[in-house]
Design a binder for this molecule. Sequence first.
Ligand code: GYE
Length: 320
Amino acid sequence: MNRKLTALLAAMALALAATGCGGGSGGDSGKITLGFSQVGSESGWREANTKSVKESAQAAGIDLKFSDAQQKQENQIATIRSYIQQKVDVIAFSPVVVTGWDAVLKEAQAAKIPVVLTDRAVDSDPSLYVSFLGSDFVKEGEAVGDWVLDEYKDATGPVNIVQLEGTVGSAPAIDRKKGFESKIAANPNLKVIASQSGDFTRADGKEVMQAILKANPKIDLLFAHNDDMGLGAIQAIEEAGKKPGVDIKIVTIDAVHDGMQALADGKINFIAECSPLLGDQLMDIVKKIKAGQPVDKRIVTTETTFTQQQAAEALPTRKY
Ligand code: GYE
């Protein structure tokens, strides 16, 4: 080999080491590099999910690149493109909405970087990602719907229901609504009189509920797609001089700490759990992918439901 070529190869090796791009074998430390694009920090659920991902990556010895998209799809797409450019080993993300991912997923596939979906689904062809880890949101909506059906089984007149929906176009908002409405359809007394998005945040939950309270003098039940919107609505209900959990019954999804506290305190009536603790399972998937082992295309999180009494019992040992 001539001298010039040897020098060139040495320089290239150095450059690769400096940028941590080992051609897909991780950083210069030999660690696996995972690029993770988070939805945002809109809720207690999201906070617990972010903590879980960060702690599990550290425990697994995985080099985590983390980015918060502030609930904007364009931010997530830009971040994923930057992870592709950085040649991370694996990309994971929690897609803010279901549609619009084909182009960037094809770019990742062309760059031979495996993609794992966590928490939320996309409507792209499943061949564009390796695995999807997260809850069954339709089931969660059904669990809430079942509770409402039972609670009002003896109702003789109309039961006025308000629904606070999650982020427009997101998998949990679409599926929770579908699951809930499919169940309550069994009793014609159960009527959804208003259904609006509160974007999964406490602030929007409060604001939207204030407007709905003004427009609707008789509300029997509120279904909020997550605890945080329910907690915001509780403030609006109290400020309107009504008793949450009594004058207006409240059912939500997530079972994060503040939601469970409100349930134990009698301000919420029922919660279907949605576990944010996806970190350990995600790191296992990433390691398997890098080891060339097969991973399941769909991994569904195990979850439960809570009544007020069950919440009081579970609170002291709850992890989030
Ligand atoms: O229920 C909500 C969060 O995607 C399951 O997003 C998640 C949802 C969760 O903002 O609180």
